[in-house]
Each structure stands twice: as structure tokens, then as C-alpha cells.
Ligand binder design. Structure first.
Ligand SMILES: [Zn+2]
Length: 238
């Protein structure tokens, strides 16, 4: 029986058998993995904290033919504020769900740090949660090869002058001339807010203030786009 140690963030936790939980963990060293946490639903279970989504910890597990069983867990950060605050949890669960979809059984240090930095920002900063969601959606689009180009129409290559549309078939921003029935028109305000969020680094988003309905509309368009790019229906969308 092989024993391994890894740092990871709990993405998902579901009931398993009578007293166990099945965890989906995004680990720094091994990528996404599934591990059993035995007896954790018993009243006095020691490792209850390890079964909480967002838990960032060092895990020790046994590995029998690729089946991991957690034996020890040392918490680094619980991100409990995210879990206990409605708006923060909406954003946080979206980060976890997307990471669960795009990560595989191979390590991805850069995305691990991305997720960790977004969770820290969500937990500790005063940045609007909706703005963090939009930034995370934009970052995900970049990651999967569908970065939005904010200066030039992707179709004809001309600089944006008038209205800008998001083509949901190709996932690209384009001008009015190139737009077709698959394109959604962005208002001037939506486009400029989206561009500012894209240009700002994560720790500079705190200074951006915007009305909630504008941010919601932007989020909905990006979610629709991401759903089509990934071929999924994101569940954590409110
Ligand atoms: Zn064009």
C-alpha cells in the first residue's frame, strides 16, 4: 500500500456509503482526483473539516490501484467566509464547478494558483463578488483557448468603432457588419465594463464599482458562451 501526500482544494463532496464522503480534490501534485474520507459522517469524526468544499489542506492518503483513501488532513485555509456568506458562496461554487470541469488527472500548477488566488480574493478582499465571477469567466475562456479580443473584430480584423457583438457560435467578439443571427449585441456599457475587468489584474478589481444588474447581464452572456464552448450547463449560476 502506497502512501502519498499532496496539497489540494476540495472541489466537491458527496455522501458515500453509510458514513463516508467521496471528495473531488484538485491537487497541486496530481491534478484532479477522487478520494474517500471514511467515517466522516459520524458525529465525532475528526476530519469533518476536510469534507468541506473550499477546504485547502495538505492531505495524506493511501493509494491502492488508483483508489485514494484520506488518512490525515492538515488544514491550510478553510475559506469559511466564502462558505458562510451567500454572495461569496455563489461566486466560490462557480469557481469550483468550472475548475472541476476543466481540470483533468494531470497536474496544472498554473490553474491551481489561479483558483487559489481567486478564492483568497473572494475571502479577504472587498471586491464585488460579481466582478470576480466575470474575471474568473474571462480567465477560463483564455485558459481554454477562447480569449476575447477587445480591440479588433475577430472576423474582419477592423478596430471596433460602433457596436460590439459576441458571436455565440464562435465565441468571438465582432463588429456590427460581421454579426449574424448567432451574435448577441453588447451595450456600450456592458462592453466597456467587460473590457476594464479584462484589463485589470485580480488585485486591482477592488476599485471597480458597477451596478449589479449590468454585472448580472454580462455574467449571463459569458456563462452562455462558456457553456457552449465547454458543452456543459453550469449549475452554480444564479
Ligand atoms: Zn468585423
Amino acid at each position: 500500500m502506497e502512501q502519498i501526500k499532496f496539497k489540494g482544494i476540495v472541489l466537491k463532496s458527496i455522501d458515500y456509503k453509510e458514513k463516508d464522503k467521496l471528495l473531488t480534490i484538485f491537487s497541486l501534485e496530481l491534478g484532479k482526483l477522487t478520494a474517500v474520507l471514511k467515517g466522516v459522517r459520524q458525529e465525532k469524526a475528526k476530519l469533518k473539516f476536510a469534507a468541506m468544499p473550499f477546504c485547502f489542506a495538505e492531505f495524506v492518503a493511501t493509494n491502492v490501484n488508483g483508489y485514494y483513501t484520506i488518512t490525515e488532513c492538515y488544514q491550510i485555509e478553510s475559506f469559511y467566509d466564502i462558505f458562510s456568506n451567500y454572495k461569496k458562496s455563489v461566486a466560490g461554487f462557480l469557481f469550483l464547478e468550472i475548475s472541476c470541469i476543466i481540470m483533468q488527472k494531470s497536474p496544472d500548477e498554473s490553474w491551481f494558483l489561479t483558483l487559489l488566488n481567486f478564492l483568497k480574493e473572494l475571502e479577504f478582499s472587498k471586491t464585488d463578488e460579481k466582478i470576480l465571477e466575470i474575471k474568473f469567466l474571462l480567465t477560463t475562456l483564455k485558459k481554454i483557448g477562447y480569449a476575447l479580443s477587445f480591440d479588433y473584430c475577430t472576423e474582419c480584423g477592423l478596430k471596433f468603432m460602433g457596436d460590439v457583438h459576441l458571436n455565440l457560435e464562435t465565441g468571438e467578439l465582432e463588429c456590427s457588419t460581421c454579426a449574424n443571427i448567432n451574435s448577441v449585441k453588447l451595450t456600450k456599457q456592458q462592453f466597456s465594463v467587460l473590457k476594464i475587468i479584462d484589463l485589470s489584474s485580480l488585485n486591482k478589481l477592488e476599485s471597480i464599482k458597477q451596478k449589479e444588474d449590468v454585472l448580472n447581464e454580462i455574467k449571463q452572456v459569458l456563462v452562455k458562451n462558456l457553456n457552449l464552448r465547454l458543452g456543459v450547463m453550469l449549475k452554480s449560476v444564479y
